[in-house]
Design a protein around this ligand. Structure first.
Ligand code: GLV
Length: 321
């Protein structure tokens, strides 16, 4: 039987499904293996179900000479050197489609939380500082009627726009290619250039993949273009924002607040973020609802089975750029 390694804990039904088709090496204790232990585990694997936090590079691929497929349990795949995989004939798959609505919900949560200072209010209350209610207490920004600027307008971006319509928000978007007029009409979304989006939006939201050309897409100059009463939300990937520049903007209050689910170098993050009141911080949990994470794990496993057990085309093939 072909051997498949699952690098991190998944739901039981995923292991049960894989076991019907493969010899499976699971990690249901969710141990964090050191590099050598991991490399020993994958040495004769033909398929690997990776987590978004696993780094798949030439060294990793050298350790798995039998490898035919990497099924990443995430829609993003910047943790994988797809070119290196392709050079070795290793197929890469991801999990698009099953997490769009869940991530869109979370994006709205971060937007409201940052705009209305929910985290700050809770810290204040828990610290026993709330002595009275008063008119000017913790004044935030309105979401209703505000302008939302989405950088990235794929499935998740469009799911966010659908929600924003319900808040009476005006939606601007910036992408490389324009979506169809019918989608624009349906979502009441207008394509604009990046500069215009940054200058006009009350909330700038990032929902695009990380790649070399999106590295520090939001840096000091871009932050300077944003309104002083605006909010930046990053639910995409660390590295798209220059975190140092963002910390400076938050400290100097050249923007109002930020809501962040991702960071440069995560799970480490710049400790200066922790000192700031005007930022909402979460540990990359945008897709973390139970049904969604179950669906993501099963999608990755189905890709393994389709390709490695059934000899079919993988369902969610990622192509090298
Ligand atoms: C989560 O960040 C994902 O890419 O699925």
């Amino acid at each position: 039987m072909k051997k498949v390694v699952v690098t991190r804990e998944v739901f039981k039904e995923t292991i049960d499904f894989l076991v019907d088709h493969f010899e499976v090496v699971p990690n249901q204790e969710d141990r964090l293996f050191d590099q050598q232990e991991l490399f020993d585990r994958i040495s004769d694997a033909e398929g690997i179900q990776t987590a978004g936090s696993d780094l798949v590079n030439d060294k990793f691929l050298d350790a798995a000479p039998q490898l035919k497929i990497i099924a990443n349990t995430a829609v993003g795949y910047n943790n994988i050197d797809v070119q290196a995989c392709s050079r070795r004939g290793v197929v890469v798959t991801n999990t698009p489609g099953v997490l769009d609505e869940c991530v869109a919900d979370y994006a709205i949560g971060l937007m409201i939380s940052a705009s209305r200072r929910i985290g700050e209010g809770e810290r204040y209350l828990r610290a026993g500082q709330w002595k009275a209610m008063y008119l000017k207490q913790m004044l935030g920004l309105d979401i209703n009627g505000a302008t939302l600027g989405l950088i990235g307008f794929g499935r998740i971006g469009q799911a966010i726009a659908r929600r924003a319509k319900g808040f009476g928000m005006r939606v601007l978007y910036h992408t490389r290619s324009r979506v169809s007029e019918s989608v624009e009409r349906q979502l009441k979304a207008t394509q604009v250039d990046k500069r215009h989006l940054l200058q006009q939006s009350d909330v700038v939201m990032l929902i695009l993949p990380y790649a070399k050309d999106t590295h520090h897409l939001i840096g000091e100059q871009e932050l300077q273009l944003m309104k002083s009463k605006s909010v930046l939300v990053n639910i995409a990937r660390g590295g798209i924002v220059d975190d140092k520049a963002l910390i400076k903007a938050l400290k100097q209050k050249t923007i109002f607040a930020a809501g962040l689910d991702v960071y440069e170098g995560e799970p480490q993050l710049d400790p200066e973020f922790l000192e700031l009141e005007n930022v909402v911080l979460s540990p990359h949990i945008g897709s973390a609802s139970e049904p969604t994470r179950r669906a993501m794990a099963m999608t990755a496993a189905k890709n393994l089975v389709a390709f490695l057990a059934n000899g079919d085309k993988p369902i969610n093939l990622v192509r090298p750029n």
